[in-house]
Write a protein that binds this ligand. Structure first.
Ligand SMILES: Cc1cc2nc3c(=O)[nH]c(=O)nc-3n(C[C@H](O)[C@H](O)[C@H](O)COP(=O)(O)O)c2cc1C
Length: 430
């Protein structure tokens, strides 16, 4: 089979995705606290044969403007929600974000392994280090660690989780009523992980899932974030402004993956796009203009400040922004603003507004055929291995994409017609 596009739906348990007017769209249902609504959405995405959906997460309100104006936020812990959505489906991968900066590895490993086991091996863990001090404060810490140290800690957390997940050999769970043997202790390897930041000593108490451990997904894209991803991620989520930016990132990441001793195809690079589909090109363009116009301008600056950890309210709004060291927040988020600024000479105000629509990633606008053409162009020109799709209306964006674009990609032989197996790892390596 030729190289296949991967499709992952971007979700958050709140009013927005990347698009900060999503919740204000007339057809958005805003039923993000209703478990039945999420179950229906999971079935829709599975009917569209999406590789997975995944929940981005924030464990704090990033700032007052974002909270009061309905910006990016999570109003639920994705863990129980993913468990419910797993019960409503049988094949689609289930991704969730959990930060390495707050919880001890045993706690993360136990939650993720339990979800992975109960879902039949369909979990992906988006391993993030977090970008906001407010999240740290919610966990009783004064602030986040500096980026370098956050990644040092992340590496330790991931190494410890991997060690815990590797504890059980096949056949360790015996459950023999006759003999009275329940677990074969010889088949369990205790963990003794001692790091600078975290540790874990003892026997891991969750049996392995059908894919043994969750698929590892990563989103940081500072040089440190890229190396972290290159060594362990099977899926990378990236923000890129144009095909040229995607290609630059793709070449750089695949080289880092090889340098880390892995095959380039072991790590799929998924770029964020925002599909807006219409019956005709002009209807699609009108839909785009309509939804973008609904974004509250204040949200743009508030959001960019939150993502980058910079107070951008002190910078002139009517001038293009130049490169600034990003110590606290996400370098990857800032890079996409610099890309947009350079390519289109955007002022900070314009870049911020665009960030609040699609985080400056492409809005792929047109008829189903032309949306499929644009995705094919990014994919065939090695801009990416697939897409993180962000909606502008919920659940309409995903329903429209599933109904109209997926069959075209399938007909062109770019996207598989069914799931190859059960586990997420089988799906993404098909
Ligand atoms: C595309 C992308 C998506 C991200 N998604 C999340 C997320 O859902 N939750 C979160 O806490 N941090 C998220 N982050 C930030 C990560 O926490 C990241 O580990 C940290 O900001 C360092 O990123 P950097 O290496 O790009 O500087 C994301 C970052 C990027 C670039």
């Amino acid at each position: 089979m030729s190289r296949q596009v991967k499709l992952i739906a971007f979700l958050m348990t709140g009013p927005t995705s990347h698009h900060h007017a999503m919740w204000r769209h007339p057809e958005t249902e805003n039923r993000f606290l209703d478990p039945l609504w999420w179950e229906t959405l999971a079935r829709t995405l599975e009917a569209g044969r999406f590789d997975a959906f995944f929940f981005a997460d924030a464990t704090a309100f990033y700032n007052e403007t974002i909270m009061t104006k309905g910006g990016q936020m999570s109003l639920l812990d994705p863990v129980p929600l993913v468990a419910m959505m797993a019960r409503a489906t049988s094949r689609i991968g289930l991704g969730l974000t959990m930060s390495t900066s707050f919880l001890p590895p045993y706690s993360l490993a136990r939650t993720l392994a339990s979800l992975d086991l109960l879902s039949g091996g369909r979990i992906a863990w988006n391993v993030v280090t977090s970008a906001s001090d407010r999240e740290a404060m919610n966990y009783g810490l004064p602030s986040l660690l500096p980026r370098g140290e956050r990644y040092d800690r992340a590496q330790e957390v991931l190494d410890a989780c991997m060690e815990l997940w590797a504890s059980w050999s096949d056949g360790a769970l015996v459950v023999d009523k006759e003999s009275g043997d329940f677990i074969d202790g010889d088949k369990l390897r205790p963990t003794d992980f001692k790091g600078k930041y975290v540790g874990a000593k003892g026997v891991f108490a969750v049996p392995p899932s059908a894919q043994r451990h969750p698929v590892i997904m990563q989103a940081g894209s500072s040089p440190r974030g890229r190396d972290f991803a290159a060594s362990s991620a099977e899926l990378i989520f990236t923000l890129q402004h144009s095909l040229a930016d995607m290609q630059e990132f793709y070449v750089d990441m695949k080289a880092r993956v090889e340098k880390a001793g892995r095959a380039p195809e072991d790590c799929a690079i998924l770029t964020s796009i925002d599909p807006i589909i219409g019956e005709t090109e002009s209807i699609a363009r009108e839909k785009q203009a309509y939804i973008n116009e609904l974004v509250d301008p204040q949200l743009g600056i508030a959001l960019v400040s939150a993502h980058t950890g910079l107070d951008l309210s002190t910078y002139p709004i009517d001038k293009p922004i130049t490169d600034i060291p990003v110590e606290a927040g996400s370098r990857g988020s800032f890079d996409v603003i610099i890309q947009g600024t350079k390519a289109e000479n955007l002022t900070l105000g314009e870049a911020a507004k665009r960030f609040a629509t699609s985080e400056l990633c492409p809005q792929v606008v047109g008829t189903p055929e032309s949306v499929a053409d644009q995705l094919e162009e990014y994919f065939e020109n090695k801009g990416c291995d697939g897409f993180i799709l962000t909606p502008t209306e919920m659940p309409g964006s995903f329903e429209a994409f599933t109904r109209s674009v997926v069959p075209i990609l399938q007909k062109r032989g770019l996207f598989r017609k069914d799931y190859p197996g059960v586990t997420l790892r089988e799906t993404i390596h098909a």
